[in-house]
Design a binder for this molecule. Sequence first.
Ligand SMILES: C[S@@+](CC[C@H](N)C(=O)[O-])C[C@H]1O[C@@H](n2cnc3c(N)ncnc32)[C@H](O)[C@@H]1O
Length: 264
Amino acid sequence: MSYLTEFDEREYLTIFYSASDGSQEEKGFALFHLKQVIQFYKKYNSKWNNSTARLLEFGGGPSIAGLISAVPHVNEIIFSAHTEGERKEVELWKFEKDGAHDWSDHFKFAVNELENITGDAAWQDRENFLRQHITAIIGCDILQDYPLSIKPDPFEIISTSLCLEVACSTYLEYKAAVKKLVTLLKPGGFLTMFVVERQTFYMVGKKRWSCLYLTLEQVKEALADAGMVVLVAECDPAPMNQIQNPTVSDYKAVLFVAAQRVEF
Ligand SMILES: C[S@@+](CC[C@H](N)C(=O)[O-])C[C@H]1O[C@@H](n2cnc3c(N)ncnc32)[C@H](O)[C@@H]1O
């Protein structure tokens, strides 16, 4: 099955990024995801110049969730997604077109609750700020020698989420993929990754997508081999009922790993 022709980005958004009913369990992944991003930027944002830094979102699919708390710390975001449908989905949201996915709950949760900046104006301003700071929406394919559809200057930061492990079918391919991303970074630049650990499949509706089974140790090894120093490695274990009854996916944990390219 090919992502280019078979991936239903709308269904993916509905299943994984719909407005939640507010319960902690429903907010599980969003909580881990948004919190890790906030903590990373709080700790490391003095390492680059916020007024000039550029961020690449690699394989973002139809989701802008990981950028909500990143955007105040950079000057520009290049958003890349593998399929045309995914790029269209992000364009709909950026240009406030009818039918765009509603991300307001994620903005409220990140800005009002986790960043603790109160008021509707705060999350609405952030939404507009992100719309303005995504300056290009481009294609990507990590399996190509050069993985972007244009050749931008190297980046201070690259973020990627749940992408390389679904695109690659062997660990060797995964290691090569990590290296390709690292070459898009400036020396001293940062890579942040959300990775599903020990997952072999996930479902989007009735379609079953395969995933490379990876451990945290393998992710760390791939980064070290690519010339990266691992700074953060956090793990959010899957709920036990999910592990015992793997219907939507058989992941065992979500990892957040941040690393810095050595300077030379
Ligand atoms: C599970 S989704 C993750 C989407 C998004 N990053 C997120 O965190 O929700 C997997 C993504 O990997 C992308 N993908 C699949 N093959 C790819 C490839 N060869 N190069 C880049 N991205 C790919 C898909 O298009 C899809 O958006």
